[in-house]
Each structure stands twice: as structure tokens, then as C-alpha cells.
Design a protein around this ligand. Structure first.
Ligand code: DAK
Length: 258
């Protein structure tokens, strides 16, 4: 599939997907989300790719779903067709690690997309918000749920009820982003993290991701039990033997994803 709304670039084992509708602040239309879902599925299946980065441009990660595209849709249009749901949620289905590198606006569906990634690194000009209420609707891709889990009820309520945006510093204080870096260093810092991830054991990485995501779906006791089972399972991998032997022998490990 030839992409018109995203750019995909591979650097070593890291694939960067750049949302690319700069004239529309990377508003997420049906075609863009279909391309994003397709690219994610292809990269998930590509053994040479071990970590994904989703980013936008310096002004906007994405300013939300494309308002002009959806404004005239009826209830039946969006209900019967499960309005863009399948393409939006692809990023939650991939098992490889995915980092959101956010500069500029991450609003509405853009904020939701960033929150669906495994973690967010923000440039110091990033602004996060769920402004759907200001256009007569509410978040539709997990904003009321994921934002609340990240930043707590009070901030989530304020953001979703007033449309107020958070700047990068507030987003870091509130736990929405893992860290804030200067805009000029956003991609270099994100690539450093992605390359580190890509250098480690992919199956261990996938298990760690699965265990952390479980924390959002279950009780503490069940989550710890789930983690324990995966932890035990790592002892059946060659990578665990290699990692621990390499440490003992004072040499770098050579992980083989086995
Ligand atoms: N949709 C369409 N076009 C957009 C857009 C958007 N969300 N955001 C910006 N643009 C376009 C503008 O219309 C303008 O186009 P032209 O007039 O030049 O043709 C161009 O991008 C530049 O924008 P501005 O001139 O407005 O630039 P400013 O710097 O003055 O302001 C801004 C930037 C980001 C603050 C402003 O554009 C803005 O407030 N944008 C709208 C933000 C917003 O309300 N976002 C939430 C949209 S609702 C679902 C999944 C997801 C969703 C729903 C369902 N399912 C799976 C069911 C998500 C819903 C949403 O995200």
C-alpha cells in the first residue's frame, strides 16, 4: 500500500511512523488512520523491526480526528460502520514496543493515539488536551478512560469538561509523559530510547509490556500472579540464559529472541 498521509522510515531495527498532514495539523482522517493501521500491521510482521516510534511534526503530533470529515455524519453512519474504531485501535494490538514522540498539539484523538502507545516522550512545546466538549461531543477513543488512569479524576475531569490543555511540564508532573526534552532533541532522545529497546530481547520486551498493560485490567493480586507466571516463563528462554551468563562473564549479551 502506498501511503499518502504518513511517512514510514526504518533506521536499523527502529521504524518511525510520521503522521504527515501538516496543512491540517495532522488531523486524523479515515485515510490516515487506515494507513496507520496498515503500516503498524506490516511493521509488526517485519522481523527486522524491533521497536516503533509514532511522531508528527514540530507544530502538531495530531490535532484530533478530522472535524471537517466527520461533522455531517449521522448516528447511523457512525454506529453501523463502527466509525473508524478498528483502524484507530491497531496500535493497542501490536506486541512490539511503541513510543509516541510528541511535539506541539496532541489533542482529542491525537492525545488518545499518544496514550495508546507504550510511553510518551514530549518536546517542551507539547500540549495535550481533550477538547471534544468544545465542539459538542466527547472523547471517542479512550480519552475519558486512559487519561483518567494516567492523571487521575480531577485533572481528567477538568480537561474533558473544559477542554483546557496541559503543557509539557504539567503533563510530566501528572504522569502523562515519561519525560520532557527540548524540542530540538526530541527525535534524537526518542531514537536513543528506541535503539536501547531494540538492542534487548524482544520476547522479554513483549512480556514486560504485556505485564504492565495487565495492571490496567486487573486487581493487584491477579496482576502480580500474571507477572510471576511471565517471569518464570523467561527462564525457559535462551535470552534469559544469555543475559545472565553475559553479566556473570562481564561481556555484552547477544540476544537472539529465543
Ligand atoms: N480537524 C480538521 N482540521 C483541523 C483540525 C481537526 N481536528 N485541527 C486543525 N485543523 C486545520 C484547521 O482547520 C486549519 O485548516 P485551514 O483553515 O488552514 O484549511 C489548519 O488545520 C490549521 O489550523 P488552525 O488555523 O486552527 O491553527 P492554529 O494554530 O490557529 O490552532 C489548534 C491550532 C490545534 C489549536 C486548532 O486548529 C484546533 O483547535 N483544532 C481542533 C482541535 C480539536 O477540537 N480536536 C478534537 C477533535 S474531535 C473515535 C476516535 C477518535 C475520535 C472520535 C472517535 N472513534 C474510534 C470512534 C476523536 C475525536 C476528536 O479528536
Amino acid at each position: 500500500m502506498a501511503f499518502e498521509n504518513i511517512l514510514v522510515e526504518k533506521t536499523g531495527a527502529v521504524a518511525v511512523i510520521r503522521l504527515n498532514r501538516p496543512k491540517a495539523m495532522n488531523a486524523l482522517n479515515g485515510q490516515l488512520t487506515a494507513e496507520l493501521a496498515q503500516a503498524l500491521a506490516e511493521l509488526e510482521a517485519d522481523d527486522a523491526v524491533r521497536c516503533l516510534v509514532i511522531t508528527g511534526n514540530e507544530k502538531a503530533f495530531a490535532a484530533g480526528a478530522d472535524i471537517k470529515e466527520m461533522k455531517d455524519r449521522s448516528f447511523m453512519d457512525v454506529y453501523k460502520t463502527e466509525f473508524i474504531t478498528s483502524t484507530w485501535e491497531q496500535v493497542t494490538k501490536i506486541r512490539k514496543p511503541a513510543i509516541a514522540a510528541v511535539a506541539g498539539y496532541a489533542l482529542g484523538g491525537g492525545c488518545e493515539l499518544a496514550m495508546m502507545c507504550d510511553f510518551i516522550i514530549a518536546a517542551d512545546n507539547a500540549r495535550f488536551g481533550q477538547p471534544e466538549i468544545t465542539i459538542g461531543t466527547i472523547p471517542g477513543s479512550g480519552g475519558t478512560q486512559r487519561l483518567t488512569r494516567f492523571v487521575g479524576k480531577s485533572k481528567a475531569m477538568e480537561m474533558c469538561l473544559t477542554g483546557r490543555m496541559m503543557d509539557a511540564a504539567e503533563a510530566e508532573r501528572a504522569g502523562l509523559v515519561s519525560r520532557v526534552v527540548p524540542l530540538a532533541e526530541l527525535m534524537a532522545e526518542t531514537m536513543k530510547a528506541a535503539e536501547k529497546i531494540a538492542s534487548l530481547s524482544l520476547p522479554s520486551m513483549m512480556m514486560a509490556k504485556e505485564a504492565i498493560n495487565r495492571a490496567y485490567e486487573t486487581t493487584l493480586a491477579e496482576g502480580v500472579r500474571f507477572e510471576r507466571r511471565l517471569f518464570h516463563a523467561t527462564f525457559a528462554t535462551e535470552d534469559q540464559k544469555e543475559g545472565m551468563s553475559a553479566f556473570s562473564e562481564k561481556r555484552p549479551p547477544r540476544f537472539r529472541d529465543r
